[in-house]
Design a protein around this ligand. Sequence first.
Ligand SMILES: C[S@@+](CC[C@H](N)C(=O)[O-])C[C@H]1O[C@@H](n2cnc3c(N)ncnc32)[C@H](O)[C@@H]1O
Length: 128
Amino acid sequence: MKLIYGDCLQEMKKFDDKSFDIVFTSPPFKEEDVPTDYWSIKVNKYIWCDTFGIESISGKWKVHKYQDPLVLYDTVLKMFKGCNTVLDPFMGSGTTGAACANLGLEFTGIEKDESYFTVATHRLDDYL
Ligand SMILES: C[S@@+](CC[C@H](N)C(=O)[O-])C[C@H]1O[C@@H](n2cnc3c(N)ncnc32)[C@H](O)[C@@H]1O
């Protein structure tokens, strides 16, 4: 497992072609383009909870504003059989890394926000 603190647009230029089997990520978006209730209500309730039966993150488990449920990433990543090397260029709190650890996959994550990078590092500490 490798965690990189930096801007993915720069960091990804350092990788050789075909370094990863899959890019698995939740990219950033312009806050002004998204209604304030979009993530907290529509995505979490209608998609995660109602469609997948997966609860959104809350309480002490929530360490990132846009943190996704680990069980969701576990479930979706499992569908990509044969993809053993995974890149998340917008790592956030490291949910993709935690799923890779659960599934025995090799993970590389990039995060440009220092506080979120620290959060991910602590979360994934056991696997570094
Ligand atoms: C939607 S969040 C990812 C949340 C993550 N899936 C989780 O469950 O915690 C997107 C993340 O991308 C980071 N980010 C935005 N632009 C970036 C860039 N150019 N390089 C690296 N990270 C970036 C943001 O700081 C933010 O933490």
